[in-house]
Structures are given as C-alpha cells and as structure tokens.
Write a protein that binds this ligand. Sequence first.
Ligand code: SAM
Ligand code: 2KA
Ligand code: SF4
Ligand code: MG
Length: 242
Amino acid sequence: MSKIPVMEIFGPTIQGEGMVIGQKTMFVRTAGCDYSCSWCDSAFTWDGSGKHLIRQMEPEEIWKQLQELGGVGFSHVTISGGNPALLKNMDGLVELLKGNGIKLCLETQGSKWQDWMMEIDELTISPKPPSSGMITNYEALDGIIERLSTPSFKGNVSIKVVIFNDDDFEYARNIHKRYPHLPFFMQVGNEDTVTMDRSELVSCLLAQYESLIEKVIADPELKEVKVLPQLHALVWGNKRGV
Ligand SMILES: C[S@@+](CC[C@H](N)C(=O)[O-])C[C@H]1O[C@@H](n2cnc3c(N)ncnc32)[C@H](O)[C@@H]1O
Ligand SMILES: Nc1nc2[nH]cc(C(=O)O)c2c(=O)[nH]1
Ligand code: SF4
Ligand SMILES: [Mg+2]
C-alpha cells in the first residue's frame, strides 16, 4: 500500500506555464506544501481550505481516473501541487505512468529532492522570490540543480521565477546568473487569484506582461530569457481545474 494524497485530477487541458506551454496535458495535483507563498494560486492544497477534497489514492486508482477523464486522448501528465517533491512514494505512480508511455512534467519549487525526479521528462524548478515571503535554501537548490545537471538525468529541466515587483526581478536575475546553463523563464505574477471578473483580470495580467517584457528588453544582461504569462489565466481566469 502506497497511497498518495491527491487534491485534484483534471484535464485534458493545456500546460499554461513554462517550457512546454501549450502542451495538451492531464494534471495530478497533490496535497501539502512545505512553503506558504503569500500569493499562492493553489493555497487550497496546503491552507486547510481544501482538506475535504483530499483523497488517498493508489497509483492504479490515479491512472484509472486519468483514463476516465482523458480517454485515449492524452499522452502527457503534469504533476503539481502543493509540492509533489514532499512525497517519497510518488515513485510508484511515476513508474506506472511511464510504463504506459506517458510523458511526465513536474512542477516543484526546488526545496526537496526525491530520486523519482530523475524519471521526469520535463522538470520545472520554480524558486520563490521575496514577494512570496519565502527564503530560498540555496544549499538545497544547488544540490537539486546539480543532480539534474548530470548526464544520468535524461529529461529537460528549466527554471521559472514568478515576478511581482522589482525585488523579484532582481532575485530572478541572480537565479539566472547562478544557473546560467539552464533554460530560464520569467512568469507574470497574478495578484488577484480570487476574482471571477475574467476581463478585468486579463487586462491587468496583460498590462503586467507588457511591463515585464519592457524590463527584460531594457536589461542588457538578460539575453537567454523567455518571458511568459500564465496562459490558462488569460483563457480561463481563476477557474479551478483547468
Ligand atoms: C501552485 S505551484 C505548485 C508547484 C510548486 N509548489 C511550485 O511552486 O513550483 C505551480 C506554479 O504556479 C506558480 N504560481 C503560484 N501562484 C502564482 C500566482 N499568483 N501568479 C503566478 N504564478 C503563480 C508557482 O510559482 C509555480 O511555478
Ligand atoms: N493549465 C494549467 N497549467 C498549469 N501549469 C502549471 C500549473 C500548476 O498549478 O502547477 C497549471 C494549472 O493549474 N493549469
Ligand atoms: S511553493 Fe508552490 S504550492 Fe507551495 S505555496 Fe508556493 S506557489 Fe503554492
Ligand atoms: Mg496553477
């Protein structure tokens, strides 16, 4: 018995963020996080408000539910949370999905290592800038990046930093300087994760996207950088399960 605390399973949708933006994918969102970012758009995974939604599931049950939702129309699953890297026993699910020919994407903040991370195809590390209220443990982050930078890791890894203000921008620049060999993404922060007024939200997000682009254009040190919005927020606003 190796049950995984699952918050939600949804899809097919598109990956709205980072290095495989636009990719058709299913999502498995685990419960629990070692961080508590002030602006977390998935705070229900760790703040108690989604406690009633948590299901302890065997890998086979998760695979069955993915197939019920996605039929035969998917080949890609994104594991997110909360922080899935808190869960040592994700190895069973990873093995089962890979064995069924599924490509795997992982979203994690770079605070914890698990050996099953070596099996991920597209791994996004998203260190948290000052506005989150979190303090980066660089020893842990360096260790994780080091393991993912060896030839035995066959997947793709990238860094994605969410930007809300100038301090975050400076933090992101330093992260990029520290790991210059990794593909680097700057992502627009969503300041209002509760509003259901989609058109108001979208115009705010686009305005912030424009100013982030302008800052990057004006910065001669930022060359190999990709600037992205959360595509799913532009399409669906703050709707859950998309
Ligand atoms: C909800 S987190 C879950 C995975 C992991 N805990 C992490 O933070 O990387 C998934 C992604 O959403 C980003 N995110 C969370 N809240 C956000 C917000 N308000 N605006 C933009 N991105 C956000 C995180 O930085 C992370 O890259
Ligand atoms: N469509 C969509 N793309 C995403 N990319 C990362 C997400 C996440 O919450 O980890 C996410 C999400 O929740 N939805
Ligand atoms: S690390 Fe990710 S899931 Fe955890 S609080 Fe921060 S954004 Fe939310
Ligand atoms: Mg999300």
